[in-house]
Design a protein around this ligand. Structure first.
Ligand SMILES: Cc1cc2nc3c(=O)[nH]c(=O)nc-3n(C[C@H](O)[C@H](O)[C@H](O)COP(=O)(O)O)c2cc1C
Length: 318
């Protein structure tokens, strides 16, 4: 049975990202050095109402362990039933509740960050999930709905409800992605908690990880956008946090990882047999890479592994 305390501190984990942290990407980041990964959110209502797509989203490869499956929903019973379904079918190492998503489609149904407005409901959800699984249940929050200090009370709510770990994205729901993540406020919340707390938001470089941990005093960091097109960030941060030098991948290493990721992607979505849904990753991998601009038009239209291999061969020898 996985426990958060099994991991070496500080924890450097892959943050859940819809359409991004799928099985292929999580497998790749684990190969390269992420100690733990959070899979993209799945709708609890989708699961319990028989959505085949939602159910398949919970599948993973053993290489992704330890792996935390995030769920979103607003009904305690549905959340507990969804946990049981995923646990019985796949047995991930832990579950996470999305209480931070600011998107209207999610919050209008009282999911995501809207749960920070209802401490009683948030408590019921965490308790129901905890009673449905022996595995750890964590919670992902924002600083608040509108005020950044809401988290100071809310962290006590989730802790009292039995959460095993909390991640805090250092912005309010109303901020969306504007402004900068407030690591200092995350630190004030951390100081009030006795469970582990991970800092999240704008930690996109090894230097930022060192600074975010120094400012917040957290037990680790959760990395989202900084890992897109950059799965090396976990080993880089691991080194930087120990004061060791870290390296940037060469173009040849980057290309080798892109090839591996593309193959994992095609294996996961075998019914499509093409790379249409992989193009978004290619954009991230080659953003700002010298020499890649000339190939960009073809990369964003690539359809097959064979086409991709030809473009990558040309890029490598250019
Ligand atoms: C494309 C994308 C999809 C996301 N999907 C989720 C999600 O499914 N669940 C979640 O809790 N947060 C989600 N987030 C938020 C991130 O996990 C993270 O909290 C946020 O991007 C701030 O961290 P960063 O500055 O490292 O990107 C998503 C973010 C992005 C960019």
């Amino acid at each position: 049975m996985f426990r958060w305390s099994d991991l070496e501190n500080p924890i450097v984990a892959l943050s859940p990202m819809a359409d991004m942290t799928d099985s292929a990407f999580c497998r790749l980041t684990k190969h390269i050095g992420a100690p733990v990964v959070f899979r993209e959110m799945i709708s609890a209502e989708g699961l319990i109402h028989g959505s085949e797509k939602s159910f398949r989203m919970g599948a993973f490869h053993a290489e992704e362990r330890p792996l935390i499956q995030q769920l979103f929903g607003a009904d305690p019973k549905s959340m507990a039933d969804a946990v049981k379904m995923i646990d019985d079918a796949y047995h991930p190492d832990g579950f996470d509740v999305n209480m931070g998503c600011p998107v209207y489609k999610i919050t209008s149904n009282f999911n995501g960050a809207a749960l920070m407005k209802d401490a009683a409901l948030a408590t019921k959800i965490i308790r129901a999930m905890k009673s449905a699984t022996p595995s750890p249940v964590s919670v992902k929050l924002r600083l608040g709905w509108s005020r950044p200090d809401e988290v100071l009370e809310f962290i006590k709510v989730v802790e009292s409800a039995g959460a095993d770990l909390v991640t805090i994205h250092g912005r309010t729901k109303e901020q969306g992605y504007s402004g900068v993540a407030d690591w200092e406020m995350i630190g004030r919340a951390k100081a009030r908690a006795s469970i582990p707390v991970l800092a999240n938001g704008d930690i996109h470089t090894p230097e930022a990880a060192v600074k975010a941990l120094a400012v917040s005093g957290c037990d680790g960091v959760l990395i989202a956008r900084g890992a897109l097109g950059n799965p090396w960030i976990f080993t880089q941060m691991h080194a930087a946090l120990r004061g060791a030098p870290w390296t940037v991948p060469t173009l040849a290493e980057r290309i080798a990882v892109v090839r591996e990721h593309a193959r994992l992607h095609v294996t996961q979505y075998e019914e499509h047999h093409d790379l249409t849904t992989f193009r978004k990753h290619l954009t991230w991998y080659f953003k700002g890479i010298p020499g890649a601009k000339a190939h960009r038009d073809r990369l964003v239209k690539v359809t097959t592994l064979e086409e991709l291999d030809v473009i990558l061969d040309e890029l490598r020898s250019s």
